[in-house]
Design a protein around this ligand. Structure first.
Ligand code: UD1
Ligand code: PEP
Length: 417
């Protein structure tokens, strides 16, 4: 059951529930290492990455209970093993988020270096440099980062030379238990960071500047129990917004919030898609033709790199040309050759792609190497004439819960085969 078959050409109409954000849940789970808990995370999605993080934390010694019916994750206990093994870290890069909490609370961590991945080299130097500034000493041995801070971490002024979501999260968590004040300058402002900060505050942390690029954290001795609702997944919402738009339908995205979508809504409107706030969610409707629109990926509130592939699929059937520039990751156009196999006209050079819209795509067997590239092929398949088979569905299961059920419920002809 690792392929999805789609027969395209049906406009989507109805309502799609948006789950808790994968990219908020993963750091929130890592925050469970900072206290004995219990930390109760509400609105938890059921995704492969969440299961991987659960395994990682369990092998550190935490008790992690995922009540899928109640959609809660409950984390409790203290870490007894300070090593994050290669086998789990290579499966999911966000595993590196255990490093800050482990060093801050236990004075030591041994975390496998994640290595590169399909979308770029993705080094973790900013995580390491920040922790070093806070007094940790690093050794690299056998592919592992071994960090030690036997006297605990100390507050520091850390100026990020480049915006990094993961490094901001790791250092924010570490700073909560450091001695003194930590200032994170040029911090990432993604909604998932605000969500993490809110949860840490509920656990007893002292943080100022939430939602800005300067976070100031006054370390405390211990953190405690908390219950925290996870924010809705803005990338899942944006993806289904593209599904409504590419099929010429009208879909209500239950739970989605305009404020989290940043530039994505502005660009979709420029492309001729109507996005409106309604009670409890967003309605996305496309009644007329799509127009080409240019985008450049940027840190939040700019256009999210995690929406680039989906927007490109949309632009494949727009009238006119669109220029799509990827500035965050150096290799995030792996969907281009696959979209081309479906009849798209795309040329790319370096970090920019020109998409010239065509009236129709045609279904084909396709495969992709990462999560968002895979879902862009599902979107193209929904609009294409004939049958599309998307292979390697395990990529989709990392970030989209019940994708075939959610799309099927609004009229798509889609099944797992
Ligand atoms: C689990 C999670 O939340 N993943 C998201 C997170 O990934 P992640 O946290 O890995 O992404 P970053 O924001 O750290 O990466 C941004 C850029 O900075 C570079 N960099 C990062 C750290 C570092 O130490 N050195 C360095 O050079 C990266 O290679 C990349 O080019 O933010 C990305 C950018 O919005 C999203 O695409 C991912 O979906
Ligand atoms: C790139 C992504 O995730 P990760 O950082 O976990 O690889 C993503 O969610 O699109």
């Amino acid at each position: 059951m690792d392929r999805i078959r789609i027969r395209g050409g049906r406009p989507l109409n109805g309502s799609i529930p948006i789950g808790g954000a994968k990219n908020a849940t993963l750091p929130l789970m890592a925050a469970g290492l900072l206290s004995d808990g219990p930390l109760v995370l509400e609105n938890a999605p059921d995704l492969a990455d969440i299961a991987t993080m659960r395994h990682l934390l369990a092998q550190h010694g935490l008790t992690v209970v995922h009540d899928k019916a109640a959609r809660t994750l409950t984390l409790s206990g203290a870490a007894t093993n300070l090593e994050a093994p290669y086998d789990l870290v290579r499966k999911m890069r966000a595993s590196v988020l255990v490093m800050g909490p482990l060093v801050a609370r236990f004075g030591e961590a041994r975390v496998s270096l994640p290595g590169g991945c399909a979308i770029g080299t993705r080094p973790v130097d900013l995580h390491i440099k920040g922790l070093e500034q806070m007094g940790a000493v690093f050794d690299l041995e056998g592919g592992y980062m071994h960090a030690k801070a036997p006297q605990g971490l100390k507050g520091a002024r850390i100026i990020f030379p480049q915006v990094s979501v993961g490094a901001t999260e790791n250092l924010l968590m570490a700073a909560c238990l450091a001695d003194g004040v930590t200032e994170l300058v040029n911090a990432a402002r993604e909604p998932e960071i605000g969500d993490l900060a809110m949860c840490l505050m509920r656990m007893g942390a002292r943080i100022e500047g939430i939602g800005t690029d300067r976070l100031v954290v006054e370390g405390v001795k211990t953190l405690g129990a908390a219950t925290h609702p996870i924010i809705p997944d803005r990338i899942e919402a944006g993806t289904y917004a593209c599904a409504a738009a590419i099929t010429g339908g009208s879909v209500f995205l239950e739970g989605a919030r305009m404020v989290d979508l940043g530039a994505v809504v502005r660009v979709m409107r420029e492309a001729g898609v109507d996005v409106a706030e309604e009670h409890g969610g967003l309605r996305v409707t496309r009644s007329n033709g799509l127009r080409g629109a240019d985008v450049m990926t940027e840190p939040f509130p700019g256009f999210a790199t995690d929406m680039q592939a989906q927007f490109m699929a949309l632009m494949c059937v727009a009238e006119g040309a669109s220029m799509i520039t990827e500035t965050i990751f150096e290799n995030r156009f792996m969907h281009v050759p696959e979209l081309t196999r479906m009849g798209a006209r795309i040329k790319y050079h370096g970090q920019s792609a020109i998409v010239r819209g065509v009236p129709k795509l045609s279904g084909a067997p396709v495969m992709a190497t990462d999560l968002r590239a895979s879902v862009s092929l599902v979107l193209a398949g929904l609009a294409a004439q004939g049958e599309t088979i998307v292979n390697r569905v395990y990529h989709l299961d990392r970030g989209y819960e019940s994708i075939e059920r959610k799309l099927g419920a609004v009229g798509a002809e889609i099944e797992r085969v």
